[in-house]
Design a protein. Structure first.
Length: 296
């Protein structure tokens, strides 16, 4: 799965609806991120999206349940991977297909993170609008309270309302003021948290872009060694061939792992700091396998 899969307009992230190609029969395919399920390229369990979080789950879910019994599970890009109608009709089977490499994974993740960022900004706009209305609502509540409080202080024949009615309305407005004040504070705290997490998401998007630029540059220069797909036979083959053929030439290349991108020069320094070009292919592969296994 190379760039063309990502650029295909029918490709909506990790889930792909292939029902049309399957004669109209339900077929939902899932192509995991390269780093998914501890760098194995296997499908993670679905996890609900938390709009307050700085991170988006690998296999995120926006679940919907309606009063008529309809249920639906979609990813953040809107692809429905599960539904159940009130008549019991259900589609939930998912076919896992080979994982994406890291380059494609980063592209898809950025599509999702941009959508996540839009959700955060939309909620921030809603909170901002609510905050602008709060002073007016608090002022209206205070004026109502003052009206009934002032009426209580009048003589019996001068009152507009009964004492019982005035005290009841005063209690009501006092409670309303407390509620509005609490909502304003909660909204402010939520706004700040959303702002901070949105900055984290933007930082992650930019970090992914920088890494994608490095990968693209190395690929164009013929200096890319990509072993990020781990669900294939002999996933380390490209690295083995590079360091076995000419380790000095290999040191000028960029190595793409399922969870990170690193120059082979830096890798060799980690494997054998004293004599970087003396590391054997077996040592290098063993070190890389350990990095992948432990997400180092």
């Amino acid at each position: 799965m190379r760039i063309q899969a990502v650029n295909n307009t029918n490709f909506n992230g990790l889930f792909r609806d292939k029902s049309r190609e399957n004669g109209g029969n339900w077929r939902m395919e899932y192509s995991p991120y390269s780093w998914e399920y501890s760098n194995t390229g296997r499908m993670e369990n679905k996890r609900h999206v938390d709009i307050m979080s700085s991170k988006l789950p690998d296999n995120e879910e926006i679940f919907e349940r309606k009063s008529n019994g309809y249920e639906s599970s979609r990813d953040i890009l809107g692809t429905e991977s599960y539904y159940k109608h009130s008549d019991g009709t259900m589609r939930k089977n998912i076919t896992q297909v080979p994982a994406m490499n890291r380059e494609d994974s980063l592209m898809v993740q950025n599509d999702k993170l941009n959508k996540f960022l839009m959700m955060k900004k939309h909620e921030m706009e809603r909170l901002h609008t609510s905050a602008l209305n709060s002073p007016n609502e608090l002022s209206a509540s205070r004026l109502n309270y003052d009206k009934y409080s002032s009426d209580v202080k009048k003589g019996y024949f001068s009152r507009t309302y009964s004492l019982e009615s005035s005290y009841r309305e005063m209690d009501k407005e006092f409670g309303r003021t407390q509620t509005l004040a609490k909502e304003a504070v909660d909204s402010f705290r939520k706004y700040v948290s959303l702002r901070d997490s949105a900055e984290d998401v933007e930082s992650k998007i930019n970090k992914n872009k920088s890494e994608l630029a490095l990968i693209d540059e190395a690929k164009k220069a013929g200096k890319l060694v990509d072993i990020s797909k781990r669900d294939i036979y002999d996933p380390n083959k490209a690295l083995w061939e590079a360091v076995s053929t000419d380790i000095k030439s290999a040191s000028e290349k960029l190595l793409v792992l399922p969870h990170k991108t690193i120059s082979i020069a830096n890798l060799l320094r980690l494997v054998n700091p004293k004599e970087v070009f003396k590391a054997s292919p077996q040592q290098i592969i063993g070190f890389v396998d350990n990095m992948i296994r432990n997400a180092l």
